[in-house]
Design a protein around this ligand. Structure first.
Ligand code: ADP
Ligand code: MG
Length: 551
């Protein structure tokens, strides 16, 4: 089996997608013709598994019936095996209702070379982030203009500095990262490009294992036995848990607990709980507790010797699955609690420095060669080869460059969690507004204060728009099924054009300068409709996927 990079649609249906509805161009207005051309010239990866299924689907009613049964099997498998989420909008009586996570029916072919490149790269990324997080001067320079205008970042930055002045209380560093990549089709070649490096609350580790397991079952049910051996082993939480156990042993207080800092309403429970179970499986002496920042404030305290307590139990590790978005800080209480955590003796996964090192602004800073050189000597070129183009809106030339081809860029503020970036027409509106405000102010810098954040050019970094290869698959989600049910099209299976984002997990444990653990620990593949810019798996428009490696 091989990946075929073909020019055009693999089914030869070249009339598809000529309606101007193009990837990343939701309004279809900007540079329509030029962009449609770009889109059409993008290449496809043939997913033979999908093709074979399609042949069957069209062959007879019995085959259609059998395939619908396979989908039912798959959904039941998800529900029974904990491949689930708790929907966010739920009524009181539905509090404990779960549904299955969206998934692609088949794994996606992925070039083995590209896959292994980024798997091998992760320890370098772990170290790079660690070095950046410890370089005050560099962070100061990178965030200089931003901390003035971005309230959230300013709060984090103040807290980071205050904690530093207070004296750093923990030399054990523990990070769990996930670096996201797209297989980008550039003008000349196809290569893996980093989308971002998640340094806080990197999710989907456990459910990615389940996605691979589910795909194994589906491959058997559809008699695609030959593909089975091409699915790489993937158990990210095993090494993540090993990281917890190592860090806990280094902390060296027998009855100390691990605290998961969580949101008050959490939908991705399976993912978090199974990490917890894996920690306890590997080290039964570790007690794991969960609470929100506000609950830690209420039921915890900081001892005089900087020991952090929850329910009078000493905390050795605080693991953040919350605290990365302004909405997680409802009042000063959350900020005060975060400060107490930061100055405490507890190991933080991550500490604020590491969280800040994962900001998009840092990605832009290290895309500049001299800056990357500060941190990397021998592996500089290797790392750089995975970087896309980044720049700032600090000159009128740069603003015009983006305005000329907005479809080639993404505008990113310093936020995490999806849904924060701007594309196409949104970029044009923002930039035009920025230009008109600047003309009015006529260079009056004090005017900055009266501008809304989103109309301040320093608020963003500009990133090159990545154009991942497209493949075909079926996305099965309760949201989509609900729609089919409502429209009476139940049982209709619709093949979609999808693109994917590969996330690679890394674990780093350091005791002072000594590296205790620095490893890649697995991957996650998320797929979305090719025409969408972003897709949240949690809201049902994206799907979990897995790779099957091809040469
Ligand atoms: P967040 O921290 O909010 O997840 P990301 O940088 O990962 O921010 O962007 C969210 C999503 O937007 C990504 O998962 C991807 O689908 C899309 N995206 C981000 N950057 C690019 C890019 N340069 N080109 C194309 N799509 C992008
Ligand atoms: Mg992301």
């Amino acid at each position: 089996m091989s990946v075929e990079y073909t020019n055009g649609n693999i089914n030869g249906n070249t009339n598809e997608n000529k309606n101007g509805k193009t990837n990343g161009n939701t309004n279809g207005i900007i540079n329509g013709a030029k962009y449609a051309k770009l889109y059409d010239s993008r290449r496809f990866i043939t997913n033979n598994l999908v093709n074979r299924l399609e042949e069957k689907l069209t062959s007879s009613k019995l085959e259609q019936f059998k395939i619908n049964k396979i989908i039912e099997n798959a959904i039941h498998w998800c529900l029974v095996n904990g491949f689930v989420l708790v929907p966010k909008s739920r009524k009181q009586e539905e509090l404990m209702v779960v549904t299955y996570l969206p998934f692609t029916l088949f794994p996606t072919p992925f070039n083995k070379n590209h896959f292994e490149q980024v798997i091998d790269l992760q320890p370098h990324v772990n170290e790079l982030i660690n070095k950046i997080s410890n370089n005050d001067d560099f962070m100061q320079k990178s965030f200089k203009n931003l901390t003035v205008i971005d309230n959230f970042l300013e709060n984090l930055w103040c807290l980071y500095n205050k904690a530093k002045d207070e004296g750093y209380n923990q030399k054990i560093n523990f990070s769990i990262l996930r670096t996201d990549y797209m297989l980008h089709q550039g003008d000349e070649d196809i290569s893996m490009k980093q989308v971002e490096i998640n340094t806080i609350a990197a999710g989907f580790g456990y459910v990615s294992t389940k996605a691979t397991m589910l795909h194994r079952e589906i491959l058997k049910w559809t008699e695609n036995f030959d593909a089975l051996k091409r699915l790489p082993h993937n158990e990210p939480v095993v090494k993540m848990a090993q990281g917890f156990a190592e860090a806990w042993r280094l902390y060296n207080v027998k009855n100390s607990i691990v605290l998961f800092l969580v949101l008050d309403i959490e939908i991705n429970i399976a993912d978090q709980r199974h990490l917890e179970y894996e920690i306890q499986k590997q080290e039964p002496l570790i007690e794991v507790h969960r609470c929100t920042l506000a609950e830690l404030n209420k039921y915890g305290h900081l001892g005089e010797d900087k020991t952090l307590y929850f329910d009078d139990k000493e905390i050795s590790i605080v693991y953040f699955r919350a605290g990365y978005d302004p909405s997680h800080f409802k009042s000063q209480v959350e900020w005060d609690t975060l400060y107490r955590i930061e100055i405490s003796k507890a190991i933080k996964c991550p500490n604020i420095g590491t969280f800040l090192a994962g900001m998009k602004k840092i990605q832009e800073s290290i895309s500049i060669e001299e800056n990357l050189e500060i941190f990397c000597k021998s592996n500089k070129n290797l790392l750089k080869s995975f970087f896309a183009e980044f720049f700032l809106l600090n000159t009128s030339e740069n603003i015009e460059k983006v305005l000329e081809n907005p479809e080639n860029y993404v505008l990113k503020p310093q936020r995490e969690g999806g849904g924060n970036n701007f594309y196409n027409q949104e970029i044009v509106s923002i930039l035009n507004r920025i230009k008109s405000i600047e003309t009015c102010l006529n260079g009056n810098v004090n005017g900055k204060k009266i501008m809304e954040d989103r109309y301040n050019k320093d608020f963003y970094i500009v990133m090159e728009y990545l154009r991942p290869l497209i493949s075909h698959n079926y996305i099965i989600s309760s949201k989509y099924q609900q729609k089919l049910y409502e429209t009476g099209k139940q049982g209709t299976l619709e093949k979609k054009k999808i693109t994917n984002e590969l996330g690679v997990y890394g674990v780093l444990v350091k005791n002072g300068d000594e590296i205790v653990m620095n490893e890649t620990c697995g991957y996650c593949l998320r797929s979305k409709l090719a025409e969408d810019n972003e897709a949240g798996v949690m809201c049902g428009s994206g799907a979990l996927d897995s790779v099957y490696l091809v040469d």
